[in-house]
Design a protein around this ligand. Structure first.
Ligand code: 5GP
Ligand code: ZN
Length: 110
């Protein structure tokens, strides 16, 4: 399967890794929208949140907390975004969660 994030997870394409465990791979976005912009990605390929199950969401939740701690933004706060499909402006078709922080984020979301 020709999937950019599967290739990053497999180490075939370099990714700036922040965190990894059995189920999750997290790396810095190549085009950061905030001082902290990490992509938290389930290793198992699924297109978007519509294909996601509860067990995977639990792994994602654990990783969000861990990466926020590692990046030093637990106390100051952050935003989690997952884009889904065309209107959601999803550009990479492998489920991922954007962790954004390190500054005061905009109040607008759309
Ligand atoms: P989406 O638009 O699908 O929600 O987010 C995809 C994200 O992947 C974008 O923020 C984009 O900057 C990031 N991205 C695209 N290609 C690469 C890459 O090769 N490496 C990394 N680290 N991030 C990428
Ligand atoms: Zn994939």
């Amino acid at each position: 399967m020709d999937c950019l994030f599967c290739k990053i997870i497999a180490g075939e394409i370099p990714g700036n890794k922040v965190y990894e465990d059995e189920n999750i791979f997290a790396f810095r976005d190549i085009n950061p929208q905030a001082p902290v912009h990490v992509l938290i990605v389930p290793k198992r390929h699924m297109e978007n949140i519509l294909e996601c199950d509860g067990e995977t969401m639990q792994h994602v939740l654990n990783a969000i907390k861990r990466v926020a701690q590692l990046e030093g933004i637990s106390a100051s706060g952050f935003r989690i975004v997952t884009n889904c499909g065309r209107d959601g402006a999803q550009s990479v078709r492998h489920l991922h969660f954007h962790l954004l922080g390190g500054t005061q984020l905009s109040e607008t979301m759309a």
